[in-house]
Design a protein around this ligand. Structure first.
Ligand code: ATP
Ligand code: MG
Length: 419
């Protein structure tokens, strides 16, 4: 029986790798402009790190974590996200004594969700975390970084939504108010929300069900139940976004699925992605560092789903502004010429030039076909005749011309051609 990849996990095939690398390279470049430094954290952690940070009563912790018991009888989890790990590393390596600290990361995350377009069980995220400040200008800087990043990788049809969920206290007060409001209307909520009512009532605000939407229209809104401090921060945040020219919409129903968010939350959706249209999401999490055993520390971050970025780019029939890579296809006809071309290919590669050669003794015609298929910019042809004269035929594929050159000058000529 053939073994196939698991449900909800994907191979990223060579055809997508140029795009994949472009997305990562741009991220590293732009994030570092804002003072972010790369960090690589482990894929496995103690399960308790996530249950304590993301929240016991969230979908991720309740049903989506991949956990196992290791040989030492410890409960280990494949990370469902990276923020908790980064806060753990931040504390473990005493970065909290260094003032504002900015990390960026990328890598696979794991959640046992129902697989569908744009929703996988192993998916990749690029993200940033800025730890060590409560200033709402930092929230604005973080979201404007996301905005600049998406622009720079050429994504156009995206929309930014922002909201505030208030401080921890605000959240608790508001949850009580919302629960009170929904108490007599519970029977009209969808099944999910009936369940959320007990476990995580704030999430009801985010429900896409029409009936729930109708009920919520007259429900209290977080924005009207904020402390003065939270409202002030939200206003500063919005004004700062405006000053930077970041277009956004205020969405009073936006909440996030993880418990640790406080105050600012935001989400970026893409117009052409269907149901799973959130490409980037984040916000402030002022209590998480403390929850994980550190001192009270303000922090903001976001995570961006790479597979969804790729889908967004495809939906926009996105073409990369990549330079066409030049490469050589080297053909040796006959035993001696083949041995020589094998050596020549090696020397060219040592001189940083990309070379393809054939290993199946195909005909000249078949190899030329292959060179075309590989989009080779030049073809080298070496037969016994050429070899006897210590020369080699160089074909310029763009121009359709060719010239006989000496093998001794080959590297110099090719290097001049291909820079
Ligand atoms: P969603 O709205 O898709 O459920 P989420 O609220 O779980 O997302 P986060 O945990 O904040 O989102 O993750 C940030 C980003 O990571 C998402 O906006 C999305 O682009 C991506 N992402 C999250 N879960 C998945 C998944 N299962 N498959 C692919 N991408 C994902
Ligand atoms: Mg989710």
């Amino acid at each position: 029986m053939k073994i196939k990849a698991l449900k909800g996990v994907q191979d990223i095939l060579p055809d997508d790798i140029a795009q994949w690398n472009f997305i990562h390279e741009k991220a590293a470049k732009i994030f570092s402009r804002y003072g972010y430094k790369q960090i690589i954290v482990p894929i496995i952690e103690e399960s308790v790190l996530f249950t304590r940070s993301i929240g016991q009563q969230t979908d991720i912790v309740e049903k989506e974590m991949y956990t196992f018991v290791d040989r030492g009888n410890r409960s280990i989890a494949l990370r469902p996200e990276a923020t908790a790990s980064i806060v753990r590393a931040y504390l473990e390596h005493n970065y909290n004594q260094a003032g504002l600290t900015k990390f960026f990361y990328s890598g696979p995350m794991f959640r046992g969700e129902k697989p569908q377009a744009g929703r996988n069980r192993q998916f990749y995220q690029i993200g940033v975390e800025a730890l060590g400040s409560y200033n709402p200008f930092l929230d604005a800087e973080t979201l404007s970084l996301a905005f600049e990043y998406l622009n720079e990788i050429g994504i156009k049809n995206f929309n930014i939504s922002v909201n505030t969920v208030g401080s921890c206290e605000d959240k608790q007060n508001f949850s009580k108010k919302l629960k009170f409001f929904l108490r007599d209307r519970k029977s009209c909520l969808c099944d999910y929300c009936k369940n959320r009512y007990e476990r995580n009532v704030l999430r009801i605000l985010d429900c896409k069900n029409k009936e729930c939407g109708k009920i919520l229209k007259s429900a209290p809104k977080i924005i009207d139940c904020l402390s003065r401090d939270s409202l002030r921060d939200f206003t500063i945040f919005q004004n700062a976004l405006e000053s930077l020219g970041v277009d956004y919409t205020f969405d009073p129903y936006l909440v996030r699925g993880l418990d640790y968010y406080t105050k600012t939350v935001f989400e970026i959706t893409h117009d052409k992605l269907g149901a799973q249209n959130t490409i980037l999401a984040g916000g402030r999490y002022d209590n998480l560092v403390e929850q994980l055993g550190g001192p009270a520390t303000g922090a903001v971050g976001f995570a961006c789903g790479i597979e969804r970025l790729l889908l967004a780019e495809k939906a926009e029939t996105f073409t990369l502004n990549r330079e066409k890579k030049q490469s050589i296809y080297a053909i040796g006809l006959g035993e001696n010429a083949y041995k020589k071309i094998f050596e020549i290919a090696h020397n060219l590669r040592r001189n940083s030039i990309s070379v393809h050669i054939d290993f199946e003794l195909k005909s000249l015609k078949a190899q030329m076909r292959q060179a075309n298929k590989l989009n080779s910019s030049h073809v080298l042809i070496l037969g016994d005749d050429e070899l006897n004269k210590n020369s080699i035929m160089l074909k310029y594929m763009d121009k359709g011309t060719q010239e006989l050159i000496s093998i001794d000058s080959l590297i110099k000529i090719i290097k001049k051609e291909i820079t």
